[in-house]
Design a protein around this ligand. Structure first.
Ligand SMILES: CC(C)(COP(=O)(O)OP(=O)(O)OC[C@H]1O[C@@H](n2cnc3c(N)ncnc32)[C@H](O)[C@@H]1OP(=O)(O)O)[C@@H](O)C(=O)NCCC(=O)NCCS
Length: 151
């Protein structure tokens, strides 16, 4: 069985909040951030699966702080767990200050499914856990997976 590490699929995207991304309150439009999150998660999952993927669900999307015009936004995505055909990816979004300091503005957990050319789910590589942070993420993801399956 093929295994991959978390570091094999991590992805980062950096954006500047330009005027077309603002809502009527001059804050960044939440739907735009959700689009960037979905893209980062898809890249992480594609790298892990080695196939195309589709988003099945988005859990606990939390908007913690606003972003405004001209802010630098950094999105970091990484695998938390790989099951049979599904993968859970965490995407953290930060506002990066000119000092380089980062403030967490959003954290989301997405489930993506590896699919073949007929859109049918296909097995994914196992996730090799290499440290305590990844172990904790995996254990938490497993609980969420079990809850989702109950629903
Ligand atoms: C996601 C999808 C491919 C699953 O197909 P399916 O035939 O229901 O697949 P299965 O029941 O065999 O489940 C396959 C895996 O998906 C997971 N899954 C299915 N629906 C899920 C959901 N709503 N949330 C989380 N995981 C889900 C299952 O737990 C299973 O995971 P596992 O293999 O790791 O145990 C199908 O429901 C689909 O195409 N949905 C639309 C996705 C889409 O268009 N996304 C873009 C949003 S616009």
């Amino acid at each position: 069985m093929i295994t991959k590490k978390v570091e094999d699929s991590m992805a980062e995207q950096v954006q500047i909040v330009t005027p077309q991304y603002l809502n009527g309150s001059k804050r960044m439009f939440g739907g735009q951030l959700m689009k960037w999150i979905d893209i980062v998660a898809a890249v992480v999952a594609r790298r892990h699966a080695g196939t195309d993927v589709t988003t099945a669900s988005v859990d606990t999307l939390q908007f913690r702080k606003p972003a405004y015009r001209n802010d630098t936004v950094v999105l970091k995505g990484y695998m938390t767990a790989a099951f049979n055909t599904s993968m859970e990816v965490c995407v953290e979004a930060y506002k990066e200050h000119f000092s380089g300091e980062r403030t967490l503005i959003n954290k989301a957990y997405l489930v993506l499914i590896a699919i073949d050319e007929n859109d049918k789910p296909v097995p994914v590589p196992k996730l090799e856990i290499t440290n305590e942070f990844e172990r904790q993420n995996y254990d938490d993801a497993l609980k969420r997976y079990q809850i989702r399956r109950m629903h």
